[in-house]
Structure formats: structure tokens, C-alpha cells
Design a protein. Structure first.
Length: 509
């Protein structure tokens, strides 16, 4: 089987296994990992020879950039103390605990390579937890904490990984030097990410071709990652920070048509990257098993012990965090599954480092154990804890859209009072339409406007202006912290779809 045929097989497997996961109501990363293990056991499949640098470059920058793009900056700031402590204290405790235990259990791991393994399994993976949260309706604060922690932990843990690789290559580990270098590459990567985000936003605002603009969104994390690494800075933090900045500025950077196309593309793009990585977890296992020199049973036991260590450290740490309820501590602590990012950085370890195969083996053990044990029980845990009922997503979206419609109605009233040069019949029609829409949303009915054949250019232009007012109010609500970015995106998609339809009608009028 050639490489192209094997790639096609992987994509078919992704689609099939994701469908199976949906039918079983199981987080799809779990099914993909187990499916990859099954595929890896099949005879006749080619051996995977993945270049370490290529694996990291292809998968990690866009994934962490997309995570930053979808974050809620206001909510990150609101929980900054909790998230910041997790990024420094929890990641630090996890690295120390895993390094000490791994060095004691596995003879092949020197202190530098044990430290390297610890940085590999330190970052959590949000995909499985998000799938559960979406299905059972987890409390909004828990979701914000887990999402924010996952985003920031990726940056700090992977920056530590970069330093650890250098220490492992050199064969020595100095905590003083590591701390100094970590601070330097982290600050530099953050600054470069912000400047790169500003530059990317400036460029996108001057493009009038949606396809070219989407291409710019693709190469932005890659260019910033490469530039940062060439300068000796953290490419991961550059990709994360640029994603946060561009996500915050997106409504002012691009138009409705491009935004809809870009969201659709990135949704599929990140799903494919994550899914392929989860399958690679299983596919890599047979090859790694053949490469290790010691009995696999001993390493398997070590992998299970390390899995317990990362779970125990995370759960214990939650009781040090101020301001959380007992139930929140339990759910946040149990949402620390490891996944695609850990495998990507494990595979990206240079081939020259002794103990690389053992690190990959142990990483796979930790990923599979945490995904299966925590991923399959998280939903039951949330259900048993019986959190207070919160506003359902559908209702929250309707309430948010109602507030944007209110802003449009206020604008219509101002036009009437100011005597603006607007077609009177179009203005009255807009008033009637938005009043009707407000009533519909108040009853949580559908939004949308029946098509009217007698549309005039004045009417369509006014409708587009009013949608811009809605969009501006929506952005204001997000920036004030009244709503999260996912809520904003869902409502913004409704507005964008309607705006895109009206713009097409205007072009053919």
C-alpha cells in the first residue's frame, strides 16, 4: 500500500469512526484512539515513518491557533487568577511529579529525558471534554475554566517542551538555565504573536477576496510559528496569542461572506487534524512496541502509574484553587484528559535523543488511559453531581439575538427622530419587521425573514445596515463579558447568513 492510498484509508477511517462515536454517544477521540489501535494490528499496513519536525509543524500551530481564536478574552480575564495559577503551578507540579516518577521507574530515562516526557504529558486536551460538556450541558463556569486552562496550559507546557528538547539534546539539565530560557522564549513568543496578529488583521482588512483571505488565516499560525522558532522564541505562544487577538478582532476584520466560509473551513480543518492525530496514537503503537529494548509489560505498568500520577496531581491541585465550589473542583479536576497535542509533541522529539521510543510508548499509555478512564466517566460524574440548571444554549442564543434586535429597533427610532434621509416606506417596513422579530424571539421562536418579492434596493440596504448594528451590539456584549465567544459565534452566524443572502439579492437587484 502506497502513501497516498494509506492517507485515503486514514480519512475513511476518520469519517467511519467519528460516525460510530456519534451513534454510541461516546466522545469521538476515544473511538478514534481505539480504532487506531485496531488498525495498527492489521497486517499489511505500511510502517509509519514520520519526520519529527514535520509532525509538529503540520499539526500543532493551527490547532493551538484555532483554540485561541475560539476563546473568550473577557472570560479569560475574569478567571485570570485561576487559569494563570493552573498554567504555572499545575503544569509545574505535573512536570516535577511525572519526571521524578518516570526517572525512578524507567532506567532508560535520564533526568533530561524524564523532564522531556513530563512536558509531553503536561498539556491537557479539550476535545473529549468539550464533546461531553456539549452533550450534558455542563455549567458555563466549568466550561470556561477548562477551556481557558487548556489554552494557556498548551502554551506554557509546550514552551517548557521546547526548552526540554534542548536540554535532552545537550544531555544536561540546569534548573536555573531552564527557568531563564523559559521566561525569555515565553515573553518573546507572546510579543511576536501579538504583533503577528496585528499584521495579519491589517492585511485581511485590505483584501476583498474571501478565498485569499482564508488562505491568509491558514498560513498565519504557520508563519508566526516558524518566525518565532527561527528567533529562538516560543512558536506555540506566538500561534496562541495571535489566535486570541484575531478572534477578538474578527468581527471588525472581515465581512459576513468570508467569515461564514472561514468558519466552515476551519471547523473541518481542525477536525481532520485532531482526528488523524488520535488515530496515529493507535497506529504508532505497534512500531514503538517493536523498537523498545525492555519488556513491554514493564513499560506498560510504568505508563499506567504515570497516568495515575497526572490524574492525581490534577485532582489534588483543584483543592488548592480558591473560589471554586466542591462540585466545580471535581469536574474540572476530572477533565484533564491527554490527547492529540501530547502525541504530536512526542512524535516531534528528535530521533537523536536516547529514550525517544520509551517516551512515545509512555505517552500513548497516558493518552489512552486518561481518555478511556476519564472520558467515559465524565458524563456520569457531571450527571451525578446535579449542578443547578442553567439557561439552555438555545435559549441563551435567542436571548442574545433579542438584545441585538433591540439595538436595531433603537437605531430605527433614532432614524425617525433625526429625520434621516431614508425611504419612509422602507423605514416603516423595518420597524414592523423588527418588532415582529422581537416578539418571535421573546417566545423563543425561530429567527429569519420570509422572502418578499417586492424588495427594493432601499429596503435591502436598510436591512443590511440594521444587521451591522446588530453585529456591533453583539460584539459589545462579548467584549463586556455578558456572553461567551461560542454564544457570539452562534448568533453571529445567523446574522451573517442573513446578511450574505441580502448582499446577493442586492447584487442581482
Amino acid at each position: 500500500m502506497g502513501d497516498i492510498e494509506f492517507l485515503i484509508l486514514l480519512l475513511v477511517a476518520v469519517a467511519l469512526l467519528a460516525w460510530v462515536a456519534r451513534q454510541l454517544s461516546v466522545p469521538y477521540p476515544i473511538v478514534l484512539v481505539l480504532g487506531g489501535l485496531g488498525l495498527g494490528a492489521l497486517p499489511g499496513l505500511p510502517d509509519l515513518e514520520l519526520e519529527p519536525e514535520v509532525v509538529f509543524l503540520v499539526f500543532v500551530p493551527p490547532l493551538v491557533h484555532a483554540a485561541g481564536y475560539a476563546s473568550s478574552p473577557r472570560h479569560l480575564l475574569r478567571e485570570a487568577r485561576t487559569i494563570g495559577l493552573a498554567a504555572v503551578v499545575l503544569v509545574g507540579l505535573t512536570i516535577v511529579a511525572v519526571a521524578v516518577v518516570a526517572h525512578a521507574l524507567v532506567d532508560e530515562l535520564t533526568w533530561p529525558t524524564a523532564f522531556l516526557l513530563a512536558t509531553v504529558v503536561a498539556p491537557t486536551d479539550l476535545v473529549a471534554a468539550t464533546a461531553v460538556f456539549r452533550r450534558v450541558g455542563a455549567p458555563e463556569r466549568v466550561i470556561n475554566l477548562v477551556e481557558g486552562e487548556n489554552l494557556v496550559n498548551d502554551g506554557t507546557a509546550l514552551t517548557a517542551w521546547r526548552v526540554a528538547v534542548g536540554a535532552a539534546v545537550a544531555g544536561s539539565l540546569s534548573l536555573g538555565d531552564v527557568g531563564e530560557e523559559l521566561a525569555l522564549v515565553a515573553v518573546g513568543g507572546t510579543v511576536l504573536g501579538y504583533l503577528g496578529g496585528v499584521a495579519s488583521g491589517w492585511l485581511r482588512m485590505r483584501l476583498d477576496d474571501s478565498q485569499i483571505e482564508i488562505v491568509v488565516t491558514i498560513f498565519t499560525p504557520y508563519v508566526l510559528y516558524v518566525a518565532a522558532e527561527e528567533l529562538g522564541l516560543s512558536g506555540i505562544l506566538a500561534a496562541v496569542v495571535s489566535g486570541i487577538y484575531l478572534g477578538m478582532r474578527d468581527p471588525k476584520i472581515t465581512d459576513a461572506t468570508t467569515r461564514l466560509q472561514a468558519y466552515g473551513f476551519w471547523s473541518v480543518f481542525t477536525f481532520v487534524l485532531e482526528s488523524v492525530l488520535f488515530i496515529l496514537v493507535g497506529l504508532q503503537f505497534p512500531g514503538v512496541l517493536d523498537a523498545i529494548d525492555r519488556p513491554a509489560g514493564e513499560l506498560l505498568v510504568a505508563g499506567l502509574v504515570l497516568s495515575l500520577v497526572v490524574m492525581a496531581v490534577r485532582m489534588a491541585y483543584q483543592w488548592l484553587v480558591p473560589g471554586l465550589t466542591h462540585k466545580e473542583r471535581v469536574v474540572v479536576g476530572w477533565s484533564g484528559m491527554r490527547g492529540a497535542i501530547s502525541l504530536a509533541v512526542a512524535l516531534a522529539i528528535p530521533l537523536t535523543i536516547d529514550g525517544r521510543d520509551e517516551i512515545i510508548f509512555l505517552t500513548i499509555c497516558v493518552i489512552v488511559t486518561t481518555l478511556v478512564v476519564q472520558g467515559l466517566t465524565l458524563e456520569l460524574l457531571i450527571t451525578r453531581l446535579r449542578f443547578p440548571v442553567e439557561v439552555a444554549d438555545e435559549r441563551r442564543h435567542a436571548m442574545t439575538r433579542f438584545r441585538t434586535v433591540e439595538a436595531a429597533l433603537e437605531y430605527i427610532g433614532d432614524l425617525s427622530l433625526d429625520g434621516a434621509d431614508v425611504d419612509a416606506s422602507a423605514l416603516e417596513r423595518a420597524r414592523s419587521l423588527y418588532a415582529q422579530r422581537a416578539n418571535q424571539l421573546a417566545g423563543e421562536c425561530r429567527d429569519g425573514v420570509p422572502d418578499v418579492e417586492s424588495d427594493t434596493s432601499a429596503w435591502i440596504r436598510l436591512r443590511i445596515d440594521l444587521l451591522d448594528i446588530e453585529r456591533a451590539r453583539l460584539l459589545q456584549l462579548r467584549n463586556e463579558g455578558s456572553i461567551t465567544t461560542p454564544v457570539m459565534r452562534a448568533v453571529e452566524e445567523d446574522i451573517d447568513l442573513e446578511s450574505n443572502r441580502l448582499q446577493r439579492r442586492m447584487a442581482t437587484a
